[in-house]
Design a protein around this ligand. Structure first.
Ligand SMILES: C[S@@+](CC[C@H](N)C(=O)[O-])C[C@H]1O[C@@H](n2cnc3c(N)ncnc32)[C@H](O)[C@@H]1O
Length: 157
């Protein structure tokens, strides 16, 4: 398994299953200012820098109408995460906790989600604020966020 995270004292790993039970397609990638995990914010901030989500062909037509939404849920794949940790001791807390009790990127299926503000819609994607991932992180899905930020933009692209 490719990983950039060492196991710390107090952390436990398991032997992960050999077979996967589902497949997914990455639909694009995310351009951010952060080249290392240490540089990334721990949670996205709606006052943070503008990041560009690039959607690959043939999915770009699925962006139609995106400009009607002020906020989106962005799902992305933490491609540098470990997938075998069942307990973790994050540096910032120093406390060992079960993987399902924390928002660490290291999890069996390293899917992250952020609610972001739409800054500009492009033919090949969307610029947003509120992300917390590495430059080049693969994109899994985009969904409109309807609550509590919804302020529909009639006529938006
Ligand atoms: C704590 S996670 C939170 C992710 C998401 N907002 C969530 O709550 O689902 C964010 C951290 O994951 C790490 N990270 C960011 N991009 C990553 C990637 N592509 N692979 C592995 N780790 C990543 C960085 O250390 C970043 O600070």
């Amino acid at each position: 398994m490719q990983t950039t995270t060492d196991v710390r004292d107090g952390e436990e790993t398991i032997q992960t299953p050999v077979e996967f039970q589902a497949g997914l397609w990455f639909i694009g990638s995310i351009r951010t200012p952060w080249k290392t995990r240490r540089e990334c914010p721990r949670r996205g901030d709606l006052d943070g820098p503008v990041c560009r989500i690039v959607v690959d062909e043939p999915w770009r037509r699925a962006l139609q109408g995106l400009g009607r939404h002020s906020h989106l849920q962005v799902l992305y794949w933490m491609h540098e995460a470990r997938r075998d940790l069942v307990t973790q001791k994050p540096n910032h807390t120093g406390v060992a906790s079960g993987t399902f009790t924390i928002r660490s990127p290291n999890r069996p299926n390293p899917i992250a989600v952020s609610i972001v503000e739409v800054v500009e819609v492009h033919d090949d994607g969307v610029s947003v604020r509120g992300l917390d991932c590495l430059d080049g992180t693969p994109l899994v899905d985009l969904k409109p966020e309807t609550c509590p930020h919804d302020r529909a933009r009639p006529g938006g692209g």
